[in-house]
Design a binder for this molecule. Structure first.
Ligand SMILES: [Zn+2]
Length: 265
């Protein structure tokens, strides 16, 4: 009898610790998972960090196809595998004609600057801290703004195909307050990026970042500062390459950009 009880408990405790996922398995999605922290997790064969409470996070790219395969390995090397089919989405195509040619194709000097800036962005996005602020959820960084650009849209500028737009644009009057979408640490503050002008990146832990571009003003924050979800960090502007005042808002897991609108619902 005692044996049966112990055996039942073992089965039961095993099933409570089962893998949990939050988020749609679709292109441009950010997924938060929870698993027994004593296990090791591989997502499509890449070892993924687990917080001490067992939280992990991963992103599905805008053009990713096939399956997400999660391998969970316990102390005795027993492997559990789960497979999820990635749902495809159809993204918009945006054609913008009549733009000044220097906005479409940067000159050599600007290309050099862009390269330097991309390295700074990459290094901020690749920070892999132990925080799990992403569990707090994300708020819309600009209240009552009109969405003027969506995630995933293919951009054809003056007839030339450019990289897809991997964030969301909130159009709002210059000076409108921009709030931190989640608790986090400032991992980048820059005054004059070629594309995004005054720019902020916040780190929410385990590779999750939010990006704020084209600001007219940055409010009293410096690299390394902690900011609270909802804290005003800047003001809407049109700095960098922008045709009008708006916030370019991005969410990413390391360098994979996800659709903010899937998170702000
Ligand atoms: Zn944008």
């Amino acid at each position: 009898m005692k044996f049966i009880l112990i055996f039942t408990f073992l089965i039961f405790s095993h099933s409570v610790a089962a893998l949990e996922l939050k988020g749609d398995i679709t292109q441009g999605s950010l997924i938060i998972g929870k698993e027994d922290p004593n296990r090791i997790i591989f997502i499509n064969n890449i070892k993924t960090k687990l917080s001490k409470d067992g939280f992990f996070v991963f992103a599905i790219n805008y053009n990713q196809k096939g399956n997400i395969i999660i391998k969970s390995v316990d102390k005795n090397n027993q492997i559990e595998t789960k497979s999820y089919k990635i749902k495809s989405r159809i993204f918009k195509t945006e054609k913008i004609d009549g733009l000044a040619e220097n906005l479409v194709t940067p000159d050599e000097e600007s290309l050099k600057q862009i390269k330097v800036e991309q390295k700074l962005i990459e290094s901020a996005l690749n920070e892999n801290t132990d925080y799990i602020f992403f569990n707090l959820g994300f708020l819309k960084p600009v209240e009552s703004a009109r969405i003027s650009g969506v995630y995933g849209s293919r951009r054809i500028l003056n007839g030339q195909v450019r990289s897809p737009h991997l964030g969301v644009d909130f159009a709002a009057p210059k000076g409108t307050e921009v709030k931190a979408s989640c608790d986090g640490y400032v991992s980048l503050v820059e005054d004059n990026f070629y594309y995004t002008g005054k720019t902020i990146i916040l780190d929410h832990g385990q590779g999750v970042s939010t990006f704020y571009g084209h600001l007219s003003d940055i409010i009293l924050i410096h690299k390394g500062d902690f900011v609270k979800k909802g804290q005003v960090i800047g003001k809407v502007g049109a700095s960098g390459r922008a045709t009008g005042p708006h916030l370019h808002f991005g969410v990413s897991v390391f360098e994979t950009k996800v659709d903010p609108q899937l998170l702000l619902k």
